[in-house]
Design a protein around this ligand. Sequence first.
Ligand code: UDX
Length: 421
Amino acid sequence: MKIAVIGGGYVGLVTAACFAHLGHEVSIVEVDAGKVRAINAGEPPIYEEGLEELLTAHAGKTLVAGTEYGPVADADLSFICVGTPPAGDGSADLSYITAACRSIGEALRGRTKTHTVVVKSTVPPGTTENLVVPTVGVASGRNDLGFAMNPEFLREGRAVDDFLHPDRIVIGSADPAAGNSVAAVYRGIDAPAVRTGTTAAEMIKYASNALLATKISYTNEIGNLCKRLGIDVYEVMQGVGLDKRVSPHFLNAGAGFGGSCFPKDVAALIHLAEKQGEDPVLLQSVMEVNRRQPLRMVGILKERVGDLNGKKIAVLGLAFKDGTDDIRESRAVPVIEALLEGGAAVAAYDPLAVPNMRRVFPQIEYCARAAEALAGADACLLMTEWPEFSRLDGEFDLMKSRVVIEGRRVLSCDGKEGICW
Ligand code: UDX
């Protein structure tokens, strides 16, 4: 099938590359000409495992990127994969969605080919019905278009594998024919399909992310109590997670959740609930636990080394999780802020995320290796679950005093303690 993918970011590019892999002809519409050049040259502008291989196989052949909406007119479906960043009040900013709908509508005006517009971006429940359908309708002057909502469940760093091996494919549509055209795109992927309305499909995405975030904050709250009781939360949650109703996943206690999705999506869901007259106390608590959690690292540090003023503190790990250079909502950010407020000198190391963090904190020291950050340090805070950190041991002897606090369960050496273990 001929598919137009609007937005060449991490969702759109992975979606387009995987659709090409499934045998479709795909056009990416991306406003950033630099990204367009990179994609057409087979050079992925973002790192995702397996993405370069897909671009090498399909770029310039069945996968072509451009800045114009022209390819929409000849496509069978358009997938909207533009960003929905948080607005100041916590709601989702839908301006990119609206602009994409207008441009898609204009490209379809005067055409008669059957076409389905599919929303893949994470949007508040009700957006497809109340914003996308009317906006495309007005811009196209057509009332024969199909509309569907098909959320993604991609984890950064594992997006290609998550796309090709999903737990489920959710397809929301008012008109079964529109939903069937989306289902046809995924032929070749073996996963149960959930067919529902567009608003329910939008809610499945939010409810999924909010539940995963809730599992993390729940585990951290249990972990904070376990630390006071002198028991290991990882042993406790292993016992809990073997219950098939719970599952062992997303029960890793630590410094909390970061990333461009969980914080944004839970905040948007809270905003929507409040707008609808609900009082989402559970979701508000999930966010409050997550806000406080990284500050516990600094609290434990002060208990171990006293006044931070003039102390050198090594921070190992800056990215919001391993396998990425993304620092959006990284739990390392509030920790570094608190260390600087306390008068500490910070020496930071991360395998990938230093360039991004340098833009946020230009005033701290960045090191090329963990050992460099640890040399002469009064203490160390570990903030990201990079596998290479599990091999650190002798390097901690370079510290002035071996106070090592890990916010992620990754060290295998002696002489460390965890944020809640
Ligand atoms: C998440 C969802 O997993 C994905 O389905 C959705 O489409 C987008 O948001 P992502 O944000 O890429 O994916 O990262 P994920 O691997 O889920 O981790 C999110 C954060 O939670 C990270 O900061 C991670 O360190 C933290 N985390 C994860 C925990 O603290 N404990 C856990 O048990 C799991």
